[in-house]
Design a protein around this ligand. Sequence first.
Ligand SMILES: Nc1ncnc2c1ncn2[C@@H]1O[C@H](COP(=O)(O)OP(=O)(O)OP(=O)(O)O)[C@@H](O)[C@H]1O
Ligand SMILES: [Mg+2]
Length: 411
Amino acid sequence: MSLEPFTDDDPIFRRESVLRDTYTPETLVERDRELREFQNALKPVVKGEVPKNIFLYGQTGVGKSIATEMVLDRLKQDQENFDDLNVEVTYVLCKNLTSSYQVTVELVNTFREPENQISGTGHSHGAVLAKLWQHINDIDATHLLIVLDEIDSVGTDDDILYQLPRANANGKVDPNNVKLGVIGISNDFTFRDQLDARVQDSLAEDEIHFPPYDSNQLRTILHDRAGNAFVDGALADDVIPLCAAFAGQETGSARQALKLLYKSGDLARSEDVSMVEERHVRAAQDLVEAGKAKDELEALPSQSHLTLFAMLRMADKGLLPARSTDIYDYYDRAARAIDADVKSIRTIRSRLSQLLMKGFLKKTQRNEGLNGGSFFLYELDIREELIREVLQEDDRTKQLFSEGSKQSRIR
Ligand SMILES: Nc1ncnc2c1ncn2[C@@H]1O[C@H](COP(=O)(O)OP(=O)(O)OP(=O)(O)O)[C@@H](O)[C@H]1O
Ligand SMILES: [Mg+2]
């Protein structure tokens, strides 16, 4: 086969980067209420007072991170208009940071030069916290806002969420040096409810909910982007409404809608046609579907992977649907087989609810006569093959599949 020369001719896209997740749009459409609430919650900062701690929650792709970036950029610009106001912002993406210790290390490192970073091992949590207070006390600003994005990663190891919001009140950070505020962001609805009541109160003095977008809102968002992204006339009339309808029905995620539109354009371009049409959107939807479930499965924490493994085993034996206590037994054996920490049944129940929320499981209620009470039964609601594929590619769980390993005990 001979290669064609590369050309930059493109009948479809003018600037495709506008459709990527990394692109920051100039304005956030359809989020007026949320932006207003957000700015209002930051009012104490502008007035020179101690910030309120703010908690943003809502499903994935509904604009929480981008809204935070925009609002804080604006605050940094506008602070020039106020005397004696100097706001610093520290942003930490907590995805993959699974303990308070790791988050604290990451925070400390945001204050340090690349050559002075501390490592994630070898210091006690107390020592790392002490460094953090030192850095915060030393900064030359009236206010410090710490953004902890995707904070649900820390799970129940949430000490830092207790420490940070109270640092001013507890004398760890002198409010005369710097007034500290925390902005926590989460797309896991079970996370906030699980937090210790004291943490909930201090972390979420103000809560801002970002609801999913409906199809009409998604249309507006897509139109807003498409103007720059596509060559004039390259989109058939029904393309944006169809992308918006798919994403609106399923998730209400702008990320999903944008991805679908991008993929549709990409498919049209690869066919060398000059217009994106409905059939491209349908083909793209099929591709996105398969890829999305896999990505989401891969991104789950290892306790969820082990829970899914337990359920796969039970499915093989015809034991599903099953109660959480029975699933826990299988989970326990799987965790031991690979020397993973064995978490409590409470943790596994919360993993089950998260899997349920993500649509990987189904739950039914069973009533056992008058005295039996009622309980829930769980089963898988996603292709077993896909789970198996993901768990077999994962460094930790793949051991569970190799013959002759300790896992033979759990058959
Ligand atoms: N109202 C909007 N207008 C324009 N673009 C938007 C809007 N809302 C979201 N987006 C775009 O959708 C994508 C996802 O948004 P964002 O990253 O803020 O989601 P999120 O709520 O933080 O999701 P996650 O919980 O997965 O982190 C980004 O590319 C963002 O630019
Ligand atoms: Mg985000």
